[in-house]
Design a protein around this ligand. Structure first.
Ligand SMILES: *Cc1c(COP(=O)(O)O)cnc(C)c1O
Length: 375
């Protein structure tokens, strides 16, 4: 074992908060108006222009709220089924369950970890109202095939784009395909507002619905039209998000360059993440497979990378949603073999834009030391 006592941990993720973000917060604080106001309105317009081709965007206080309100605005509720992946963060299915609808779990494709259109087709029932793919790790879901399944079944398509700011499918940005698309602005995502979410809306009716629901059902003060929540974004958070919008393009390019370097360095020891033709991947995570590993074997690799080599890495996600205590009741005896294998084999390695060339070399050397020939 190498002596790593002097090595600093390479973090798995690192939000970049600079002078511009601090000045933006200060500007709002000095204005004395900190709740939802002009900064939120400007952030919505700018986000729309930069990331979703000008679609109307509505800001909320978290990505989860964005999914929840998008679903409610689209009319999802008790009695409906919404098909989702199980291999994702629990917020995807949680938001469906919180509307009173039933999340129905479908399996994923081996290469991109995203919803398998054939598995979705097989999960459609006469109660299915929608399918909500996740663009997992920043790689677009198979939107043509999923759109075809949705059209054939007469159901809606929604997008969980929490991890995929700026990813494109057939040249168009994710978040511009579904009735709504949601982007998370949590600090570890590709850009942040501290906490926050953005809902990109296919039409003004959905946008108005989300706006009403985030503000107690009011457009006009004290003239409540529907039962709503307080899921508003603050101007403080919007100001942080606006500063980040100017930089997310360069950060994405750096993530892609880091991923290309890792692809070349690691392809001989692990399965590196493929990018499908016609797609761009924005590498929220750079996720490799230890082919054939059990969950326990993979966990030992993660421990060795962290403890012996000081390489921060993560497992997203070790337990498929349909096996979580909270969500298992929605999936009686469901078999999702591709999901099960992914949950056992995946490791996400650092790919964030703050990595130095030396960091990348250390990541590659560590993976070779733990998994290479003779290891
Ligand atoms: C982060 C995330 C969410 C939830 O976003 P928050 O801003 O944390 O509420 C939803 N879905 C996926 C796939 C995510 O990664």
């Amino acid at each position: 074992m190498t002596d790593t006592t002097e090595l600093a941990m390479i973090p798995a993720a690192k939000p970049i908060i600079g002078e511009e973000e601090r000045a933006a917060v200060d500007r709002v604080m000095r204005s004395g108006m900190v709740a939802q106001g002009p900064e939120v309105a400007a952030f919505e317009r700018e986000f729309a222009e930069v990331l979703v081709g000008g679609r109307t965007c509505v800001a909320v206080n978290s990505g989860t709220s964005g999914l929840h309100l998008g679903l409610l605005a689209a009319g999802i509720g008790a009695g409906d089924e919404v098909i989702v992946p199980s291999f994702t963060f629990a917020a995807t299915a949680n938001s469906v369950a919180l509307t009173g609808a039933t999340p129905v779990f479908a399996d994923i494709s081996e290469d991109t970890f995203n919803l398998d259109p054939e598995s979705v087709r097989a999960a459609v029932t006469d109660r299915t109202a929608a399918v909500m793919p996740v663009h997992l790790y920043g790689h677009p879901a198979d939107l043509d095939a999923l759109g075809a399944v949705a059209a054939e079944a007469g159901i809606a398509l929604f997008e969980d784009a929490a991890q995929a700011h700026g990813a494109t499918y057939g040249g168009a940005p994710v978040g511009s395909f579904g009735v709504f698309g949601m982007f998370s602005l949590y600090p570890t995502k590709n850009m942040t507002s501290g906490e926050g979410g953005m809902v990109s809306c296919a039409d003004e009716e959905i946008a108005r619905g989300v706006r009403l629901l985030r503000n107690q059902g009011m457009e006009k003060q004290y003239a409540n039209e529907v039962v709503g929540l307080n899921n508003r974004m603050t101007d403080i958070h919007a100001a942080i998000g606006r500063a980040q919008l100017g930089k997310v393009g360069a950060w994405t390019a750096q993530r892609q360059a880091n991923a290309a370097w890792l692809d070349a360095a690691l392809g001989d020891v692990v399965v590196v993440p493929p990018v499908r033709q016609g797609c761009t991947h924005v590498y929220h995570q750079y996720t490799v497979r230890v082919a054939g590993a059990s969950g326990a074997e993979r966990d030992r690799v993660v421990t060795a990378l962290r403890e012996e080599h000081k390489v921060g890495c993560g497992v997203y996600y070790p337990t498929p949603n349909h096996e979580l205590v909270s969500l298992a009741r929605f999936a009686p005896e469901r078999e999702l073999p591709v999901t099960a294998r992914a949950a056992a084999e995946v490791i996400s390695l650092p790919v964030h834009p703050s990595l130095s060339q030396g960091d990348l070399e250390r990541v590659a050397a560590a993976v070779h030391a733990v998994l290479g020939a003779g290891a």
